[in-house]
Structure formats: structure tokens, C-alpha cells
Design a protein around this ligand. Structure first.
Ligand code: GDP
Length: 195
């Protein structure tokens, strides 16, 4: 995929603010600091469009990025619930639930997990939750460059095992630093969005 244009559209706090043009959407979920912003920037080859290090308090915003005028990346708030209050957790849950169940243009969900560590409790919970919506789901293992090449397969195996990812499920090791996984992820995105 050759990205020639990418722009930030809106931090939507209410569904009425979501774009109405019907272009396909790819949602990105992951714990704060997992490398979500870096992945978006790498996918579109920009240094800084997606803001890195999102604020944990901002649990009610969906950040929309328009790519090549033909699809949206929809960045969920970073989860990592230890830091936020119960009411904010609940607000996050309700917003995401509404989005996942009612958003017709949503074609694919990406869940990012840090390849260096076994999935956290939050990762496991989020994975179960996402699976139950029966939307196409692809798990992306971030920061692959931080693991020596010889040990990557072992890390991938642990994550797949703990999340219950089988041969028929989508999993892509990724490095925003080196570009590993970029082409493969664009292929998956193209397949599910039709762009
Ligand atoms: P976000 O909170 O999920 O949006 O995470 P960020 O994209 O802000 O990344 C968190 C930190 O991890 C930053 O210091 C990034 O530079 C670093 N990081 C993210 N992706 C990678 C990667 O693929 N490789 C390496 N080495 N560092 C990464």
C-alpha cells in the first residue's frame, strides 16, 4: 500500500461526531504505551501524525485518521485500567461496546500486545471481549526489534498460546522501529476493507 495522504480528522467523544462518509474503518486497541501511535505513524510513514504517549485519562475519545481519502484508522483510548477510576473504565467500556456493535463501516479490529511480555490481564480481558463481537480481529505483536531475533519465535509462541490464537487466526509481529510487519499488515487491512 502506497500512502500518499494521511490526516488527523477528529477526536470524537460522541457518536454524532464520527465521520458520516461511510469509508471503511480499522480500529486499533492496545494498552497505553504498547506502541499504537508509533504503529500508526509507521503504517503511514509519518514521524508524528499520531501523538505518542496518549493520556490515560482520555478514555472517551476515538481518534480518527483518514488515509489516502479511502479508509480510517480509529485509535481507541489506551487501556491499562489500573490508573483510571471505575467510572472512567465504565465510560470506556460503554463507548467501545457501542462502537463495536453498531458501527457499520468497521471492518477490522487490531489488538496490539507487547511482544516482549506475556499478555497482561487487561490484554487477556480485552482479547476475550473483542472476540465475542465476531469481527475480523488481528493481533499485532509490537516492539519486535527489542527482542533478539533468535528469541522472537519463542515470544510469539507464548503470546499465541496465552491468547488462544490458532493457525486460522491473524497474528503479525511488528516493529515500528524497523518496519517489520508493515507490508503484511497492509495486506490484511486491504483484504478486509477492500481498498
Ligand atoms: P502508545 O501509548 O500505545 O501510543 O505508544 P507509543 O507509540 O507512544 O510508544 C510507547 C513507547 O514505545 C515510545 O517510547 C516508543 O518510541 C516506543 N516504541 C513503540 N513502538 C516501538 C517499536 O516498534 N520498537 C521500539 N524499539 N520502540 C517502540
Amino acid at each position: 500500500m502506497k500512502v500518499t495522504k494521511s490526516e488527523f480528522i477528529i477526536s470524537a467523544v460522541r457518536p454524532e461526531q464520527y465521520p458520516a462518509d461511510g469509508l471503511p474503518e480499522v480500529a486499533l486497541a492496545g494498552r497505553s504505551n504498547v506502541g499504537k501511535s508509533s504503529l500508526i505513524n509507521r503504517m503511514i510513514n509519518r514521524k508524528n501524525l499520531a501523538r505518542t504517549s496518549s493520556t490515560p485519562g482520555k478514555t472517551q475519545q476515538l481518534n480518527y485518521y483518514l488515509i489516502n481519502d479511502e479508509l480510517y484508522f480509529v485509535d481507541f483510548p489506551g487501556y491499562g485500567f489500573a490508573k483510571v477510576s471505575k467510572s472512567l473504565r465504565q465510560a470506556f467500556g460503554e463507548m467501545i461496546e457501542t462502537y463495536l456493535t453498531r458501527r457499520e463501516p468497521l471492518k477490522l479490529v487490531l489488538q496490539m500486545v507487547d511482544l516482549r511480555h506475556p499478555p497482561s490481564k487487561d490484554d487477556l480481558m480485552m482479547h476475550e471481549w473483542l472476540k465475542h463481537y465476531n469481527l475480523p480481529l488481528c493481533v499485532v505483536g509490537t516492539k519486535a526489534d527489542k527482542i533478539p531475533r533468535t528469541r522472537r519465535d519463542k515470544h510469539i509462541k507464548v503470546i499465541k498460546q496465552e491468547l488462544g490464537i490458532g493457525p486460522g487466526d491473524l497474528f503479525i509481529p511488528f516493529s515500528s522501529e524497523e518496519g517489520l510487519g508493515r507490508e503484511e499488515l497492509w495486506e490484511v487491512i486491504s483484504r478486509y476493507t477492500g481498498v
